[in-house]
Ligand binder design. Structure first.
Ligand code: AMP
Length: 623
């Protein structure tokens, strides 16, 4: 919120100072920086007039890192010391990336598979946070030169699917670059901000973001200046590159060449293919000449070759609509983001599916940075914050492990953030003084199918009978999507807290896989959950009966005890056989059979209490 200025009594009010803040689109391939210049937010170009800055850093011996366009030649001549696509390394572990072909040219230090990847360069070891910091520094320098002053804050955009680790490392990189992060902003939300303020949209908006290597689709609700992300989805390994590959295959079949191309020839043909792809966005045909052969390509050829890829983007749109429980005719606007949305085949498919033309008036490469620039201007206090409020969602459910290795979801996926949700839990064993909390992320019912985020313990719970202690667990996700978990024992106020800041995160494709797996296994998961719950309930009953027999066994006739033990043995067999119906039947039978014993114990303890003995140990076997 903007701070109010108070002027000295009798003095002249000071002219409001314009504070310098920028929006940064920190991209995998290219990055941009935008700032408010007068009435409009604009992309700040470099001295040569380039607005895109390649996200490339080259490290040489005894020299400062070379970033952006200046590093392009080194990407070819010295690939081992020139880091490209570092965004794909953020928040990931060495084990996840060391065998990945796209990082094949790098030497990673052998730090252990679970630790963050460390790149060995001529300028020494560099981790992804340091490389990202060098890119951010270069963007900040560009901005400070253009704006002629020191930056006071930045808004950095991140993909909607970035997990906690990836977001945290983006923040760490900014801090290392000496930048004050006003906020991390989801890329689709930034795009909606750019259009929302420019064209005063109201209603439901789809943000369709097809870049070079990734596809994100988000559904936002815009009402009276308030943006809310209702759902997000997409495919983290689908992008313009796949269209290049499809067109390459078509060109090769047209060339009729059967022999393998060498590395240089492949690179040359690829360049021609990408050029043709771009031409086909503006004209109905294109020609390329390779090895003295001319290949003619038409828009129809291209459309047929990429049909399957186009269909995949529409399937993702359908899924997002389903998540938000909206119909496609309830969508009022579609915002196009990313260079690959320039392809008419994409624009047509989107228009056809939603029954309306997508918005393309803002350059799809600049729209995210412009939105971030607008946000930065508001957050630094140059503009009234009342005009809009941004809400995002968390992409995967967050929960806690409960007995039976089951997951209790506390914040479901697609919940609007920032958010705080609390739930009460209790102890499982009599006299339990420590509770182990395991925080997990994912959509499945069993812990083993979800992602472990953190473990911590709440100590100092006063000893009580099982189920008597009340432990409130609060999950809080801040505006940047970072999670903190607080556990509190309510009678004593004993607390334990953890900030989830895992050092490495999910591979980007895994989030998509997790969502798909949860849908594919929904029914099976429910059955496993029901079985586990029945097993836990049955085991608790058995434990309670055993404890009661030890304490008050003399209340039972010998035959009654034998019957009870036989029923316990039967229930134990049912638990071991993992037959849900059998367990439920035997649990009910044992409950009935032990009812009389429970009643006798209750009478005895009440009588003792009335005669002055302690009632604390009273407990029913039927609880
Ligand atoms: P981005 O990651 O948003 O910069 O998107 C880059 C992708 O957009 C690459 O696959 C480019 O080939 C593609 N692209 C850029 N301009 C065009 C165009 N005019 N027609 C088709 N694809 C384009």
């Amino acid at each position: 919120m903007a701070l109010l200025q108070i002027s000295e009594p009798g003095g002249k009010p000071a002219a409001p100072k314009h504070r310098l803040a920028v929006g940064i689109d920190l991209g995998t391939t290219n990055s941009l920086v935008a700032a408010s210049c007068g009435q409009k937010v604009e992309i700040l170009p470099d001295d040569e007039g380039n607005y895109l800055m390649p996200s490339i850093v080259s490290y040489g011996t005894n020299s400062a890192p070379v970033v952006g366009h200046a590093a392009l030649p080194a990407a070819v001549e010295d690939p081992a010391n020139t880091i490209i696509s570092v965004k794909r390394l953020l928040g990931r572990s060495l084990g996840e990336v060391s065998d990945d072909e796209q990082f094949g040219q790098y030497q990673f230090a052998s730090t252990g598979v679970d630790s963050a990847p460390v790149l060995q360069t001529a300028a020494g070891d560099k981790n992804p946070v340091q490389v990202s910091a060098d890119i951010l520094s270069a963007l900040a320098q560009r901005a400070e030169r253009a704006l002629k002053g020191k930056l006071e804050g930045v808004v950095i955009t991140v993909p909607a699917y970035f997990n906690d680790a990836q977001r945290q490392q983006t923040k760490d990189a900014a801090q290392l670059a000496g930048l004050q992060v006003l906020r991390l902003l989801n890329e689709p939300t930034a795009a909606a901000v750019a259009y929302g303020l420019d064209s005063k949209d109201e209603g439901n908006v789809i943000v369709f973001d097809l870049g070079g290597g990734t596809f994100d689709v988000s559904l936002l609700s815009l009402q009276k200046g308030i943006f809310e992300v209702l759902a997000t989805g997409g495919n983290t390994s689908l992008g313009g590159d796949d269209f290049d590959r499809a067109l390459m295959a078509l060109v090769r079949s047209k060339l009729g060449a059967t022999e393998e191309l060498n590395h240089k020839q492949t690179a040359q043909l690829k360049r021609l293919v990408i050029q043709a792809k771009h031409e086909l966005s503006n004209s109905s045909s294109s020609e390329l000449i390779f090895n003295d052969q001319t290949v003619r390509l038409t828009v129809e050829d291209f459309s047929a070759a990429v049909q399957d890829l186009v269909r995949q983007t529409i399937t993702a749109c359908r899924r997002v609509l389903r998540d938000a429980e909206l119909d496609k005719d309830q969508i009022d606007n579609i915002v196009m983001v990313g260079g690959a949305t320039r392809m008419p085949v994409i624009r047509q498919a989107v228009a056809e599916f939603f029954g309306k033309e997508p918005l393309t008036s803002i350059d799809p490469d600049k729209v995210v940075a412009i939105g971030a620039g607008i946000q930065a201007d508001v957050l630094i206090g140059n503009k009234s914050a009342d005009s809009f409020l941004l809400l995002d969602v968390n992409p995967l459910s967050l929960g806690i492990e409960t007995m039976g290795e089951l997951v209790e979801k506390i914040i479901p996926r697609n919940t609007t953030i920032p958010v705080a949700r609390a739930q009460e839990f209790t102890t499982f064993k009599d006299g339990q003084t420590v509770m182990a909390l395991h925080v997990v992320q994912g959509e499945r019912e069993l812990v083993k199918d979800c992602r472990s985020l953190a473990r911590f313990e709440l100590r100092g719970i006063p000893p009580m009978v099982a189920g008597a202690a009340k432990i409130r667990v609060t999950f809080q996700v801040d505006a940047d999507g970072l999670l903190s978990v607080l556990a509190e024992e309510l009678s004593t106020g004993t607390r334990a807290e953890i900030q989830v800041k895992p050092s490495y995160g999910l591979g980007s494709g895994e989030i998509e896989e997790m969502l798909q797996a949860s849908q594919a296994h929904a029914q099976e998961d429910m059955q496993v959950r029901a079985l586990r719950e029945a097993q836990i309930e049955a085991q608790q009953l058995i434990d309670a009966i055993r404890a009661a027999e030890t304490q008050d066994g003399d209340l039972l006739e010998e035959e009654e005890r034998a019957q009870l033990d036989a029923a316990v043995a039967k229930l134990e067999r049912a638990i071991a056989d993992a037959n849900k119906n059998d367990i439920s039947e035997q649990t009910e039978a044992l409950n009935k059979l032990s009812g009389e014993f429970a009643a006798r114990r209750m009478d005895l303890h009440i009588a003792k209490a009335l005669s002055g003995e302690n009632i604390d140990s009273v407990e029913s076997t039927n609880d």
